[in-house]
Write a protein that binds this ligand. Structure first.
Ligand code: BGC
Length: 749
């Protein structure tokens, strides 16, 4: 612990119950202070049960939102450290405003969607540590001398939105000269979970505004305006209004329009509505602080005399460095990549969520593990997943089961563990650390997570003495089409995968159980084959997902996979049927078994069902279902999001197969790269290019079809050793100058 300070709170209304619809007004705190000499270093530490926005000497402390982020606050509290050395003057003031955030506001989904997930009240703590040049140290703690008030933010909630009454604006309350004589005092509290309070410095970069858009006016009728941001984002509108005191502006958000009207049915109980009441003082700037919406369209209704002077859409997410890019000659496929990238941007707000719009927005472990490899190409995710894996470990149940979502929201959420040990969801604890190590070469990630994976495997072993997980629990190959893949098949396959990864990770860190888990893997494999594979080589659950997973997990061989997978495509008119779990392996398996032609046909296909179908129907993000929208049925009713990144796991294939950039587990962190592309021999995609930024520099690749040849170019930083593998291709010509490589290739006869 780097700091210890008192906790404060301020009661702005009767505490709400879990079932209340709206919360209380935001508490505001301020404290003025003077410096007593020349400052060598000044640091501010802050944490909250709730979310904060901090101001110093009249300015926001930083451009971040929704800090300090989301964890299971009963286990630990994230704090943030700010260097404020350059910001201090002789007379200073700190101002803080707080929102309900994940701790106090709504959280959960459907019937578990309730308030007060972790607490019924907001609490805050801070410490300002000033080191003077003369060696003296001064510490200013949050305590009952801090002034407190309520103000313009009358309520805020991540899902419901924010309500601001600017008539109650407190003015620039973090200026030193501000008159706070009418303010109350903060109340010191014994922090709710304080017995073993564990403050931990957050390692995830803060949520900031990363992109802005100028929304386009779509329609206007009797004071109601509909705007199109042109991109489905996670964020807010920041607006300038002008008008009479008491006029009200209501902003509703949605992903779609239906018959020209904003469509919000799929948001379920998330109101996603921001309301602003004008004070009447000239141009008024409104930007909600403590909410975000998953939206492309906004409906703005002006009640009373007011006009919209300006609006900007702000997309925000954790400030991760971009590390990769992909494009190709087919605009549909390039757009699929962009849509998946937006899926990541829109769901990377401190926790990897399933979706950003409805009453859900949870850290579903299945979605996270399916997409993690793709995500790690797009952005430097090392700290992001390191923190998320800590959330997953915090959520692990006593019996070893990994819940389907982490952090685990308290209220009602234990219901979700009724789907005990959901295959593919539990394995977040295996897949994410393994991919992380492959990409970033940090053994700590394995040391931190392997014990939790072993606990999970212990659970599987006691639950399934015959090595078959046939209990019928979990979500299976979620949102697949046609006959679902048998749950026993999915669960046993993931059991094998978990054992295999445990063995590999033991090997990496020299853990004595490497052999134990490799034997376990073989036992599960044998049991699976005996139970689920019939004499003709068919898996008893005869689906595309069963074959691609069984192949990628080493349970069936190439010939078995080829014979059955190709047949499954033929039986289904050449179309895919895979859900969340199968999709990640579909295109890679097709390439591995020598049918890259089918992979390219599928990724370029614009008919239903497939990625291209969503693109030609206007998608700017990846849909939750293949039929989230169809010409025949319109918008799918019930659970339906237009911004779920799981099907975007095809991005991984774009980097590893289309471009051919493959990390090497033996030489992790790209000490070595294998360049093993599968270029499009069907001729639909005639060129592709992209890059990945390793710690040693950028690996970039491009290829181009030229007559009956392909020209493949790669540039690989000097410190990275590289190997080229061109399956099914003959080298006609090649050259190498320094870090650049060129190959002219021809399809082998
Ligand atoms: C979520 C998912 C999640 C799933 C579990 C859904 O409600 O949106 O993406 O993985 O439940 O099956």
């Amino acid at each position: 612990m780097l700091f210890d300070s008192k906790w404060i709170t301020y009661k702005t209304g009767e505490y709400k119950t879990a079932d209340d619809k709206y919360g209380n007004p935001s508490p505001y705190f301020r404290r003025s202070f003077k410096t007593a000499g020349r400052v060598k270093k000044a640091t501010l530490f802050a944490s909250a049960l709730g979310v904060f926005k901090i101001y110093l000497n009249g300015e926001p402390l930083s451009g971040e939102y929704l800090s300090p982020g989301w964890v299971d606050y009963s286990k630990k509290l994230p704090f943030i450290r700010y260097d404020i050395t350059e910001r201090l003057l002789e007379s200073n003031a700190i101002g803080v405003v707080l929102g309900d955030g994940w701790a106090v506001g709504h959280i959960g989904s459907n019937y578990t969607f309730k308030r007060n997930g972790y607490s019924d009240r907001i609490e805050f703590t801070a410490l300002i540590r000033i080191e003077y040049e003369n060696g003296e140290l001064e510490e200013i703690s949050s305590d009952k001398t801090w002034r407190a008030s309520s103000g313009a933010i009358r309520r805020s909630d991540i899902y419901m939105g924010e309500f601001v009454d600017n008539r109650l604006c407190l003015g620039n309350f973090s200026q030193a000269a501000y008159d706070d004589s009418a303010w109350d005092y903060a109340e010191e509290t014994v922090f709710k979970f304080s017995r073993n309070l564990y403050l931990e410095e957050t390692i995830v970069p803060p949520i900031v505004v990363k992109h802005t858009f100028k929304p386009v006016l779509v329609s206007q009728e009797n004071g109601t305006f509909i705007y199109d941001v042109t991109q489905n984002i996670a964020g807010v509108l920041s607006c300038v209004f002008r008008g009479k005191c008491g006029a009200r502006v209501v902003i509703r958000h949605g992903e779609l329009l239906e018959n020209g009207k904003l469509y919000t049915e799929n948001l379920r109980k998330a109101e996603a509505t921001d309301t602003y009441i004008l004070s009447g003082n000239g141009d008024e700037y409104f930007r909600p602080l403590f909410t975000y919406h998953g939206f492309r369209y906004a409906e703005i209704t002006v009640e009373g005399e007011a006009e919209i002077v300006d609006i900007t859409a702000e997309a925000m997410y954790s400030d991760l460095k971009s590390t990769g890019s992909f494009e190709c000659s087919d605009p549909i496929v390039s757009k699929i990549y962009q849509n998946a990238l937006w899926g990541q941007r829109d769901n990377f707000l401190n926790v990897p969520t399933d979706c950003p719009q409805r009453d859900e927005r949870l850290g579903w472990t299945g979605d996270a593990q399916i997409f993690c490899q793709s995500a790690m190409y797009n952005m430097d995710c090392r700290k992001f997943y390191e923190k998320y894996l800590a959330d997953v470990r915090d959520a692990q149940l006593g019996n070893g089961v990994i819940p389907a979502a982490a952090p685990l929201p308290h209220v009602g959420f234990y219901d979700y563990t009724g789907h005990d040990a959901a295959a593919g969801w539990c394995e977040a604890i295996a897949e994410i650390p393994y991919c992380h190590y492959k990409m970033y070469a940090d053994k700590k990630i394995i040391r931190d997570n392997l014990p939790a994976l072993k606990k999970l495997l212990d659970y599987y072993e006691t639950e399934s003495p015959d090595y078959i997980r046939s209990g019928g629990k979990g979500y299976g190959d979620w949102v697949s089409l046609g006959t679902p893949t048998d749950l026993g098949v999915v669960s046993t396959l993931y059991y094998a995968k978990a054992a295999e990864l445990a063995s590999k990770m033991c090997g990496i860190i020299g853990d004595f159980e490497e052999e134990y888990y490799s034997k376990l893997y073989l036992r599960i494999k044998d049991a699976f084959r005996a139970r689920y594979i019939s004499e003709d080589g068919r898996i008893k659950s005869d689906t595309q997902t069963a074959y691609v997973m069984a192949y990628k997990f080493g349970i069936i061989d190439k010939n078995e996979a080829e014979a059955n997978l190709v047949r499954k495509f033929d039986e289904n008119g050449g179309h895919l049927t895979t859900g969340f779990l199968g999709i990640k392996f579909l295109l890679p398996t097709l390439c591995d078994i020598g049918r890259s032609d089918i992979a390219y046909r599928i990724i370029t296909d614009t008919s239903y069902p497939g990625w291209g179908y969503s693109v030609v129907n206007g998608a700017t993000t990846i849909w939750e279902h293949w039929d989230s929208y169809t010409h025949e049925n319109g918008i799918r009713k019930g659970m339906n999001s237009f911004n779920h990144y799981s099907f975007g796991s095809c991005s991984e294939w774009m980097f590893e197969y289309c471009l051919g950039i493959r990390p090497d587990i033996e030489n992790p962190g790209f000490k070595k790269v294998k360049l093993a592309p599968y270029m499009d021999i069907t001729g639909k995609i005639t060129s592709a290019s992209g890059y990945y930024d390793t710690d040693y520099g950028r690996i970039s690749v491009s290829w181009q079809k030229n007559g009956d040849c392909f020209e493949y170019k790669a540039s690989v930083p000097q410190q990275i050793s590289c190997e080229f593998v061109f399956r099914g291709m003959e080298t006609v010509e090649s050259s190498n100058s320094g870090t650049s490589y060129f190959f002219k290739l021809k399809k082998s006869e």
